[in-house]
Design a protein around this ligand. Structure first.
Ligand SMILES: Cc1ncc(COP(=O)(O)O)c(C=O)c1O
Length: 193
């Protein structure tokens, strides 16, 4: 193997000195208290304790490029100053209110979201996860059409909730319980198999 591996570019950020539990202590606590389905990668999983934009840091201060940050919560990087400021301001003012009362942000945010969508996507229903969104889409389609059957494509992943696991067509993400009533899996005509 070549020793001329590319090095990570310089980055002007000093992580704080970590003084918490060791990685081994965290592993031991996880084993004792967390369901094993919450798995880790690698025999010695890295422990990430801090982040700044595209980088994360382990407990020794070692910096990694975060190639896992594909989820929406970090789609502008870790601890982006604008996001941190907005979270801090809102946390200090009001942390939760039911949608049964009015609050300006959900209305303004929904309008901003619709403005970015194609014209016929003009209504918002905010949920917490992809599985929940798909559950809701299934329910809405069934209630609206008064039909029950759904077609999903083979090899697709749609979530692990009771209903969305029925849509999912990857054996690794399905349990052997009855969960796909009315769902028919079809070959994806766009793929060469
Ligand atoms: C295409 C797709 N649909 C649905 C989901 C389920 O989303 P969630 O894990 O937020 O429930 C995922 C999650 O990886 C996904 O990739």
């Amino acid at each position: 193997m070549s020793n001329n591996l590319p090095s990570i570019p310089p980055f002007n950020y000093q992580p704080t000195t970590y003084i918490g539990l060791s990685a081994q202590q965290v592993i031991d606590l996880r084993k004792q208290y967390i369901n094993p389905v919450v798995a880790t990668y690698y025999q010695q999983p890295i422990m990430i304790v801090e982040g700044s934009m595209q980088y994360v840091f382990d407990e020794t201060g070692k910096r990694y490029l975060d190639a896992f940050a594909g989820i929406a919560t970090v789609n502008v990087g870790h601890c982006h100053p604008h996001v941190v400021q907005a979270i801090q301001e809102q946390s200090a003012k009001l942390q939760h209110v039911t949608t049964l009362y009015l609050h300006p942000t959900i209305a303004e945010y929904s309008q901003m979201l619709v403005d970015k969508m194609p014209d016929d996507l003009s209504m918002v229903y905010l949920v917490n996860s992809g599985s929940e969104a798909n559950d809701l889409a299934m329910l809405m389609a069934r209630v609206y059409t008064e039909n029950f059957d759904l077609i999903a494509l083979r090899n697709g992943y749609h979530g692990m909730s009771g209903n969305s696991m029925g849509l999912t067509a990857q054996s690794t993400w399905k349990y052997s319980t009855p969960h796909h009533f009315g769902i028919h899996h079809a070959i994806n005509a766009a793929l060469p198999y």
